[in-house]
Design a protein around this ligand. Structure first.
Ligand code: AHR
Length: 516
């Protein structure tokens, strides 16, 4: 009866109900993993996160205050911390985003009841009371075990302000800013390796042409100092998606002065009129196709960087990426609160495969965003918390963190609909310190299982186990009333026979295999 109700609901929305029962006959694919040719290390920071003062990311998602009935440690919610610890979040970017270029860090230190307020002009025009500032962010990072990545204010802040923030956080000397930090209760400096010199300076961070930003980067960056034992990894604002001229200009003018150059790319079914949960198969393939463009975008930026930096000293830092849908009905349009379906999980899986494969250049990535905003890991509703399908992909893929990339060639059938076509299967593979090989795979085809036969060249494989993320429908999601609709399960049927791998990837699925 329940499935009939779902069927009618789906039909009334004009959706094709892609449920388990319309599975068609399997297609075939092959995989060659070259275990004799380990590549670069997959920097674990590729699995990084981004948290902005935007909607309910920081306030409610992370910070509830010490007096909240929601269980918390020094104002930070315990359930969210536990979920993020389990995710092994390596690095967390903060405080924005667009918010970073209007954030004045001195407003967020000292006694909370004396901190000035400001208007968050980008995100809903709400009043920001600065309850969550530098000390609270660093506490949060320590609680979840992540390294901080601070984004400085180049758009509306001064050079002095940026310089003093770095001194405040990292100097162990007797100095004005270090003494102010001590007065505010923190004796030891924090270690802040990652520092961004502005955000989206081509847009919300100041509408600058690349030449003008490059000059500003050089000026501000000069005053971002290495205090005490701290060594700053300086990240220049990078391109918007396919703006290759930006990368060319920045690498020419500032490539020798930065350690990282960022890149932002979002995929959405259009920022105008498309729902996160109510979509057709046409919307499914459209979004997965848009996400797949990351391959070309990263490759082309990397090629430009190679010309200026053949030794690959400068990292490509994809510090904002993910899906951007319409906000959930009846929520503040400025808060960017969206649900997260199996479709978002596929986007995460195929994008992380791209980053893994480009780990010689991609040194960090930060999905947008951590909680309650865009392609979030976690959604909260007062005291309730749910994990999204995207969370599960990050957890399953965490086996790749700091492992050695192994070349993985896939010959995949095409998945197509109308004028859209993508390879059904994507893959990446790595070998961890213990010698285990992990292969992450996505099957974008919502109708056909894929029988994959694999060769692990150079390895005498004897056993394989697997984990699977799929769901009844392409638009299945976890809600506060049904929080486990999309969750990982054991993958049955994967085999090693005569050293060869065989596995069936269910339709619309993400799979991670462990081979020994
Ligand atoms: O992640 C939301 C916003 O998207 C960020 O604030 C901004 O940098 C980007 O445009």
């Amino acid at each position: 009866m329940k499935s009939l109700v779902c069927l009618f609901a789906a039909l009334s929305l004009g959706l094709t109900p892609l449920l388990g029962q319309d599975t068609e006959s399997p297609l075939n694919a092959t995989l060659l993993v070259k275990t004799r040719q380990p590549g670069a290390l997959i920097n674990r920071n590729i699995y990084g996160q981004f948290s902005e003062h935007l909607g309910h990311c920081i306030y409610e998602g992370v910070w509830v205050g010490e007096d909240s009935p929601i269980p918390n440690t020094r104002g930070i919610r315990n359930d969210v911390v536990a979920a993020l610890k389990a995710l092994k979040v390596p690095v967390l970017r903060w405080p924005g985003g667009c918010f970073a270029d209007e954030y004045h860090w001195k407003d967020g230190i000292g006694p909370r009841d004396q901190r000035p307020s400001m208007i968050n002009t980008h995100w809903g025009g709400v009043t920001e009371n600065n309850a969550f500032g530098t000390h609270e962010f660093m506490d949060f990072c320590e609680q979840i075990g992540a390294q901080p990545y601070i984004c400085g204010n180049l758009g509306s802040g001064t050079v002095q302000e940026m310089m003093e923030w770095v001194e405040y956080m990292t100097s162990g000397s007797q100095s004005p800013m270090a003494d102010l930090r001590r007065k505010n209760g923190r004796e030891d400096p924090w270690k802040v390796r990652f520092f961004g010199v502005g955000n989206e300076s081509w847009g919300c961070g100041g509408d600058m042409p690349p030449e003008f930003y490059a000059q500003n980067f050089l000026r501000y960056n000069t005053f971002v100092k290495d205090y005490s034992a701290n060594r700053v990894y300086r990240i220049a604002c990078g391109a918007n998606g396919t703006d290759y001229k930006w990368t060319e200009t920045l690498m020419a003018a500032a490539g020798r002065h930065c350690n990282g150059l960022s890149l932002h790319y979002y995929c959405g079914t259009g920022r105008v009129s498309h729902s996160a949960t109510q979509f057709s198969e046409g919307d499914w393939i459209y979004l997965l196709n848009s996400a797949s463009r990351m391959e070309e975008i990263v490759s082309r930026h990397a090629q430009i960087m190679d010309r200026y930096d053949p030794e690959k000293k400068v990292g490509l830092i994809v510090d904002e990426w993910g899906t951007w849908h319409n906000v959930e009905p009846a929520t503040n349009p400025g808060f960017l609160y969206q649900q997260n379906t199996l479709r978002d999980a596929l986007v995460a899986g195929l994008t992380l495969n791209i980053f893994n494969r480009h780990c010689d250049r991609v040194q960090m990535a930060n999905i947008a965003q951590l909680v309650n905003v865009l392609q979030a890991m976690i959604l909260t509703d007062k005291e309730k918390m749910i994990l999204t399908p995207t969370y599960h992909v990050f957890e399953m893929y965490s086996v790749h963190q700091n492992a050695s990339l192994l070349p993985a060639d896939v010959a995949s059938p095409e998945y197509s609909l109308d004028d859209q076509a993508i390879p059904a299967v994507t893959a990446s593979a790595s070998r961890d310190n213990g010698g285990k090989v992990h292969i992450s795979l996505t099957n974008a085809d919502p109708h056909h299982p894929i029988n994959l036969s694999g060769v692990l060249d150079g390895m005498e494989a004897t056993s394989v186990s697997g984990r699977l993320l799929t769901a009844p429908a392409i638009y299945s999601y976890n809600s506060f009333t049904a929080p486990n609709t999309v969750q990982p399960a054991v993958l049955e049927g994967a085999k090693i026979e005569g050293g060869k791998l065989s596995v069936t990837l269910p339709p619309k699925s993400v799979v991670v295999l462990e081979v020994q």
